[in-house]
Design a protein around this ligand. Structure first.
Ligand SMILES: Nc1ncnc2c1ncn2[C@@H]1O[C@H](COP(=O)(O)OP(=O)(O)OP(=O)(O)O)[C@@H](O)[C@H]1O
Ligand SMILES: [Mg+2]
Length: 262
């Protein structure tokens, strides 16, 4: 069975892509077969994995509109067990193009129907709650929310959770909240610390214990076309993502408390 996890937050630059790439890589190192769907027209997950020329290849847009079956569009990456369905420029027009189509919110779900050769599929969503994200929410089993502990974080979070409830009611009754991960955390910032405490108070065990620190190595890695956990495994940021992967895999029942990653 393939489990799909959509990485969602309508706010830009909160760590969706960094979280997707590093978690997916961490999962792949324990032998899980992983697909990343780059569902953001910016294509950051694609470039972050070292895929440069995105113009000629088929991508998530072609799969979304049913032009190319998924099996013919995803690419192998340099990392064993990790595959990517790249984003290309056509995806940027999709939000508008899709508006006039029937079943416009179920296109991705239909495209992924019958796909069972991956253990996990991560969908890296764009920074909006538009039709692309809606397609991801309809197709997915669960939602992972990276949250930056800034002033408007809680308002933003309520908006995503309200959308999630709407989707559960109307379009995808089994969708779950996988969890919330606090990103770019700076323990010296009073605001970060206060907001983190607030989020934990309200969302309790839905918030992962692991917090991702603000770490320059995480920001540098994409320019080398590598996930940070490959670019610099020892840095604090990479170690935090490995810890998060372990926490999620424990939640999934794949890992058991006290076990160590390979
Ligand atoms: N923990 C971190 N510490 C320092 N820099 C980070 C961290 N996480 C992400 N970054 C950097 O911050 C920027 C935004 O991160 P990222 O692209 O992952 O966010 P995003 O939510 O996917 O953005 P968008 O909404 O534009 O898709 C990037 O330049 C990234 O390299
Ligand atoms: Mg992104």
């Amino acid at each position: 069975m393939t489990k799909i996890i959509a990485v969602v937050n309508q706010k830009g630059g909160v760590g969706k892509t960094t979280t997707t790439i590093n978690l997916a890589t961490a999962f792949s190192t324990i032998g899980k077969k992983i697909l990343i769907i780059d569902f953001d027209p910016q294509g950051n997950a694609t470039t972050g994995l070292g895929i440069i020329d995105k113009t000629k290849m088929s991508g998530s847009y072609d799969v979304l509109i049913g032009k190319v079956p998924l099996q013919y569009a995803y690419l192998r990456t340099n990392i064993p067990n990790l595959y990517i369905l790249p984003a290309n420029v056509h995806l940027s027009g999709a939000e508008i193009e899709l508006v006039s189509l029937n079943h416009r919110e179920s296109l991705l779900k239909n495209a992924l129907n019958g796909i069972n050769n991956f253990d996990y599929i991560f969908i890296d969503c764009p920074p909006s709650l538009g039709l692309l994200t809606l397609n991801a929410l309809v197709a997915t089993n669960s939602v992972l929310i990276p949250l930056q502990c800034e002033f408007y974080a809680l308002e933003g979070l309520s908006q995503i959770l309200a959308t999630l409830n709407q989707v559960r009611k109307n379009l995808n009754p089994t969708i779950e909240l996988q969890g919330i991960v606090l990103t770019m955390f700076d323990a010296r910032s009073n605001l970060n610390t206060q907001v983190a405490a607030d989020v934990r108070l309200h969302l309790k065990d839905k918030v992962y214990q692991t917090q991702i620190p603000r770490n320059i190595r995480l920001a540098e890695a994409p320019s080398f076309g590598k996930p940070a956990v490959i670019y610099d495994l020892k840095c604090y940021g990479s170690q935090s993502y490995l810890q998060l992967a372990k926490e999620i895999l424990t939640q999934e029942g794949v890992f058991h408390e006290g076990e160590t990653a390979a």
